[in-house]
Design a protein around this ligand. Structure first.
Ligand code: CIR
Length: 254
């Protein structure tokens, strides 16, 4: 088993006012809560102990906990989220992370960094430079990781919102890629599962122990992942998608 624990945070009543660049409409809170419950259930089914943090209406986007920290088996890094409106979320995640980790690092201003820009493939971390993660934040994380004997590579994004919007690592040296990450020079040593343009959102999937959790409604991607020998669980994330969120954003896994 790779992950023993997961941390999630309930969407609050202000969730519908979260940041977005999509034009998919306003999320329906009740539906988001149902989808969040199903997400928690799936994380349990995958064998993780789920810590469910209460919602906080002060931060509409705070259910996207992934952006607030980067966790490894040995240490935690509290991020410094690049969106002003979200930055205070780290004060909420810090105590939760501290209850699991003794060794904690921090990304410090002027460095900014969102956890959604960090992809771990075995002992190698890829750090995206995006509208949220700047060069300074990326370099701080790279230094921390290298001091802990991990490898780290910084990758400027072209179009994707976060690095993990377009790429996922599902184990067995296999990556799921869309858009600019298809045949990307930095990832040429991995087996690729290519997500077609009309299913691009499905590139944000997560491996949790024996399962790959993927968003429902992306049959070609699901089939390719299954054919590569992985078991899948499908979850509806329509309401999170309306706020540019996907499966990875909704939890910290460690
Ligand atoms: C935001 O704009 O920050 C949220 N509405 C969505 C964050 C998604 N997080 C992620 O991809 N890791």
């Amino acid at each position: 088993k790779i992950f023993h624990n997961t941390i999630v945070k309930k969407p609050g009543s202000t969730f519908i006012n979260g940041l977005t660049t999509s034009d998919l409409g306003t999320p329906i809170l009740e539906k988001a809560l149902e989808q969040h419950d199903a997400y928690i259930e799936a994380l349990r089914m995958c064998g993780t102990e789920v810590t469910v943090l209460p919602s906080n209406d002060q931060y509409p986007d705070s259910t996207f906990v992934e952006d607030t920290a980067v966790l490894t088996p040995e240490f935690a890094v509290i991020s410094n989220p690049g969106a002003e409106k979200r930055n205070g979320e780290i004060h909420e995640i810090e105590p939760a992370v501290k209850s699991f980790f003794d060794k904690i690092y921090y990304i410090k201003a002027p460095g900014t960094l969102d956890g959604g820009d960090i992809l771990q493939i075995e002992d190698h971390f890829y750090i995206g430079i995006s509208t949220r993660t700047n060069q300074e934040g990326a370099e701080q994380l790279k230094q921390i990781l290298e001091s802990e004997n991990y490898k780290a590579t910084i990758i400027p994004l072209q179009k994707f919102f976060h690095l993990k919007t377009g790429i996922a690592y599902i184990g067995n040296q296999t990556i799921v890629v869309a858009g600019e990450f298809i045949n990307h020079s930095h990832f040429s040593s991995y087996q690729q599962i290519v997500v077609p343009p009309e299913e691009e959102y499905a590139a944000n999937c997560i491996r949790v122990n024996d399962y790959i959790i993927i968003p429902s409604g992306y049959p070609q991607t699901k089939q390719k992942i299954n054919e590569a020998g992985f078991q899948t669980i499908e979850l509806d994330t329509s309401e999170f998608r309306k706020l540019d969120g996907g499966l990875s954003c909704l939890s910290l896994r460690f």
